[in-house]
Design a protein around this ligand. Structure first.
Ligand SMILES: C[S@@+](CC[C@H](N)C(=O)[O-])C[C@H]1O[C@@H](n2cnc3c(N)ncnc32)[C@H](O)[C@@H]1O
Length: 208
């Protein structure tokens, strides 16, 4: 029996979405919703700025910036922000927003697995709800890249949304992060479970 979208047969209502593809994210950011310039999670933002607070004035990478609310907020706090996304539509949105706000934010169209930056150039990396949309192979490559571009002892704030069993098999989750952290030169300083079931990982590049 023909089963579109990866459905396995009668009664299976799952729609398998490939969140690892560039097309998926270009479509997701094709049309900004009315609230695309709102901070959707002020609590999350407070945790990020608290973790990075000793680094105001330094350069922070917002990896997988999406609509860009966190980049805008960090720039307003006094960080120098470079935003990366695989979606050109997302970066175009942030470009217009930053211009309207008079903020100077670096915008780079790239993938997390292959960052076009020299080693040791960021004091901190924010990967909020990004790594959990990568495949395991992509996730491992992204961790190596994050570790490479972070300065020694530089900070990483990463968050992982809750995943169902099927997603856990397909995507890079918090357990994958924990298994690979040491091998990629990252040290986990702590984790936190949020009310919405997301896991936040506070990490840093090893000082060596
Ligand atoms: C769920 S959104 C999170 C957006 C933003 N970080 C936030 O907190 O609102 C995931 C983002 O990761 C980006 N993304 C997905 N795969 C990527 C990759 N391989 N490299 C860089 N960005 C990627 C998507 O385009 C999207 O902007």
């Amino acid at each position: 029996m023909f089963a579109p979208n990866g459905l396995t047969g009668p009664g299976d209502c799952r729609v398998v979405i490939d969140k690892t593809s560039r097309e998926y994210w270009e479509n997701a950011f094709a049309r900004p919703p009315e609230n695309s310039r709102e901070i959707s999670s002020p609590v999350r933002l407070a945790l990020i700025t608290e973790y990075f607070k000793g680094l105001v004035g330094e350069t922070v990478l917002d990896l997988g910036c999406g609509w860009g609310a966190k980049s805008i907020a960090l720039a307003k706090c006094g960080f120098r922000v470079v935003a990366v996304d695989i979606s050109k539509n997302a970066l175009d949105h942030l470009s217009r927003w930053a211009q309207d706000e008079g903020l100077d934010i670096g915008l780079v169209h790239a993938s997390a697995e292959n960052l076009p930056f020299p080693s040791d150039c960021f004091a901190a990396v924010l990967a909020n709800s990004v790594l959990d949309h990568l495949s395991h192979t992509q996730g491992e490559a992204a961790l190596r890249e994050i570790s490479r571009v972070l300065s020694r002892s530089g900070l990483l704030f990463a968050s992982f949304d809750p995943q169902d069993d099927d997603e856990r098999r397909r995507y890079f989750g918090v357990d994958s992060f924990k298994n690979l952290a040491a091998a990629t030169g990252l040290r986990i300083a702590g984790t936190e479970l949020t009310d919405s079931g997301s896991t936040i990982v506070y990490a840093a590049r090893e000082a060596e």
